[in-house]
Design a protein around this ligand. Structure first.
Ligand SMILES: *[C@@H]1O[C@H](CO)[C@@H](O)[C@H](O)[C@H]1NC(C)=O
Ligand SMILES: *[C@@H]1O[C@H](CO)[C@@H](O)[C@H](O)[C@H]1NC(C)=O
Ligand SMILES: *[C@@H]1O[C@H](CO)[C@@H](O)[C@H](O)[C@H]1NC(C)=O
Ligand SMILES: *[C@@H]1O[C@H](CO)[C@@H](O)[C@H](O)[C@H]1NC(C)=O
Length: 636
């Protein structure tokens, strides 16, 4: 009897517990499938150690993000071109009061005194310094110390849990399963270019060496690309007139840096009036064009991007976002923090493990982190990328959403699609373990990020085939580099590209299995378009070199879109903003040069093939400036 009664009491207690949302059961929140290459678990973390626990709160209205972005960027929408200001963006997506209080209550009832709980100024993160023991209880996990081959240590867990009722209010918790991005360096003296944290390691442009004879005639564009070749290829004759209203930004990550002497050498031969001209440098987190280290690995990317970016939009000034100091470098998130104050927090870095922290605790830049300190340019080109599999889905999704916000504000964001065809940076592919591990002998296609983010415009590479003229169709680039392209394993297919991609899959079914690529036909496909990426004549360290890469394609595309913005601004219209819904629309059919020859080999295969219409090698094709301009001028 007594036994039964206490059993009943127990039952009612259980019912009570289940009904009380404050103590609902924990559910899995994020799980890492593998330990990244180079890292090994070395020991359980000390229970008394303190972790700077940061809880990323779910933003409001994220389920409507794509719809809102399409409203201002779909040419058929009545609100096309009605871009938002930064205040409206911040207001629309800031976490709800309910989200803030639910997470706060959870911490409090778990025994964390409210005085230890801090909400960041932008109200997007909750921070608490928790002991490992406390964090392990809160998240029902175990923290371990991992050691990198380089000797660096990192604290992480394999998976973590949060109470069921809290789950929908939490986006991501740091430190937890994440390993990506910046690997802190020992100091300037020991810094190397091979640190895996730099975006785009393995994706620097390639050079085949110095050129002895400059070939400057249009007949030679199959051997050397110079600005006149690009103007002829893309029907691009335009002199900007609205330069004071317009802007074009190129992003570089220190230690990558341009040399003024290289710009001048290039301008002397290809754009005389620009000798002595420099980009407008916006320094982010201590970034500066360092001259301490030189060589193609340090100057190749920046020299390429700026020589072509500046020459093609002259007299429009180009803004250089030089990001990160010499010690820590920086990640894409650090750049995004600088151009959008609501993205960053009030005390540096989105996450001290993934992103560089400023002031630099390792002895570099001692100023505060840049946070909303500069306005985004109308077109921003970046020739750096990660492999999607380097990043966790939640981390990638959070960053991808930020690109959508830039689109809402009228900025066009371009990223190069990668130089290894269907393989990732450095040619690595995905192992068949379904766990995102990568190796050079693997066979799973390895898409690039942010290429796979549906809210950026991904730019692939083409080339003038040897013996062909600029008046013949280009092919997918198959010299030195292969155009990055394929299908995301993280992001669903956006509506704007559905009919184009489905046409490709139906008309030219790829001869690969679902174990090689995401064959569901439901994932984001890239690139969106392309431009020449082979045989660029670039002045690097006082010599002309022949350079290859989607690294070239992106700034050239950016220059062409900047000219379109110029013409629109001159007529009192707004910038073109997020272009994907427009370029895939019926009204733009025929405005690109369709590329139908070549493939993008990788992972032991010939890759996908370029075909009529959109394809996962060259996207919709290369720009025909005159046609694009005419169509964009017809839009409101
Ligand atoms: C956590 O500790 C660090 C270092 O002592 C301190 O600077 C920071 O303000 C603390 N953060 C919180 C949320 O208490
Ligand atoms: C490039 O410029 C240098 C310096 O003015 C000049 O000597 C050289 O002839 C130029 N080369 C070509 C092919 O125009
Ligand atoms: C394919 O992409 C979809 C949409 O992003 C995703 O839900 C699915 O998990 C992906 N499949 C594989 C095998 O990666
Ligand atoms: C197609 O590309 C291949 C490889 O670059 C090239 O050899 C061939 O001439 C191209 N064909 C055409 C029609 O452009």
């Amino acid at each position: 009897m007594l036994f039964t009664r206490s059993f009943l009491t127990l039952l009612s207690l259980v019912a009570l517990v289940a009904a009380d949302p404050l103590i609902s059961r924990h559910v899995l929140h994020e799980k890492r499938a593998h330990t990244p290459a180079g890292w090994a678990r070395s020991r359980k973390h000390d229970a008394a150690a303190v972790l700077p626990l940061r809880i990323g709160l779910t933003q409001s209205n994220m389920d409507r993000l794509e719809e809102m972005l399409l409203e201002v960027s779909d040419p058929d929408s009545p609100s096309f071109g009605k871009h938002w200001n930064a205040g409206k963006v911040a207001q629309t997506f800031k976490p709800s009061d309910e989200t803030v209080s639910t997470v706060h209550e959870w911490l409090k009832t778990s025994g964390i005194h409210p005085s230890r709980i801090r909400l960041t100024k932008a109200k997007t993160w909750i921070e608490v310094n928790a002991t490992v023991e406390e964090a392990e209880q809160l998240l029902q996990t175990e923290y371990h110390v991992y050691t990198h081959e380089s000797g660096k240590e990192h604290v992480a867990c394999d998976a973590y849990h949060v109470p069921e009722h809290v789950s929908k209010h939490v986006d991501i918790i740091m430190p937890s399963i994440h390993f990506d991005a910046v690997i802190k360096r020992d100091g300037a003296s020991s810094h190397t270019l091979s640190n895996i944290g730099q975006p785009g390691v393995g994706l620097t442009p390639k050079t085949t060496g110095t050129i002895s004879d400059l070939l400057t005639q249009l007949e030679n564009c199959d051997q050397q690309i110079t600005p006149i070749c690009l103007r002829a290829l893309y029907n691009f004759v335009y002199i900007p007139v609205a330069t004071s209203k317009n802007s074009y930004g190129i992003v570089e990550y220190t230690p990558q840096a341009y040399l003024q002497s290289d710009l001048d050498m290039f301008f002397t031969n290809f754009s005389k009036g620009q000798v002595g001209q420099s980009p407008k440098v916006v320094s982010i987190d201590g970034g500066y064009a360092q001259t301490e280290y030189t060589g193609f690995g340090y100057n190749g990317e920046s020299d390429l991007d700026l020589q072509y970016g500046m020459a093609l939009v002259n007299p429009q000034p180009v803004t250089l976002y030089q990001t990160g100091d010499m010690v820590e470098g920086a990640s894409f998130n650090n750049f995004l923090d600088a151009i959008d104050g609501s993205y960053c927090t009030f005390e540096g870095g989105d996450d001290p493990y993934n992103d560089a922290t400023y002031p630099d605790p390792y002895g570099g830049y001692e100023g505060p982190e840049d946070c909303g300190t500069t306005k985004p340019a109308y077109v921003i080109s970046t020739s750096y990328a990660y492999n999607e599999a380097d990043l966790s889905p939640a981390y990638a999704a959070r960053q991808c959403a930020e690109y959508a916000k830039l689109g809402l504000m009228g900025t066009t964001v371009l990223y190069s699609s990668g130089d290894n065809g269907v393989a990732g940076n450095s040619g690595v592919c995905l192992n068949a373990d379904g766990a995102c591990t990568q190796s050079s002998s693997a066979t799973g296609f390895n898409p690039s990020f942010p290429g796979t983010c549906p809210y950026i415009t991904s730019v692939g590479a083409t080339q003038v085939v040897a013996g062909h003229s600029v008046y013949q169709p280009e092919s997918a680039c198959m010299e030195v580099i292969y155009s990055g392209g394929g299908f995301s394993n993280y992001f669903a297919m956006p509506s704007y590209q559905q009919s184009a991609v489905q046409h490709y899959l139906a008309a030219y079914p790829p001869p690969y299995s679902a174990s090689q690529y995401n064959a569901t036909g439901k994932s984001r496909a890239f690139p969106d378009l392309s431009a020449n990426g082979a045989n660029y004549v670039v002045a690097v360290d006082g010599q002309f070199e022949l350079v290859f890469g989607t690294s070239a394609s992106s700034p050239v595309m950016g220059a062409i879109l900047t000219a379109i913005n110029d013409a629109r601004l001159a007529l009192g219209k707004g910038p073109i903003g997020f272009i994907n819904p427009t370029i895939y629309s019926a009204g733009f059919t025929g405005a690109f040069n369709d590329i139908t020859n070549g493939t993008n080999p990788g992972c032991g295969t010939p890759g996908f093939s370029a075909e009529p219409g959109w394809d996962p090698v060259t996207g919709l094709g290369t720009p025909n400036f005159a046609k694009l301009l005419a169509r964009w001028l017809l839009l409101p």
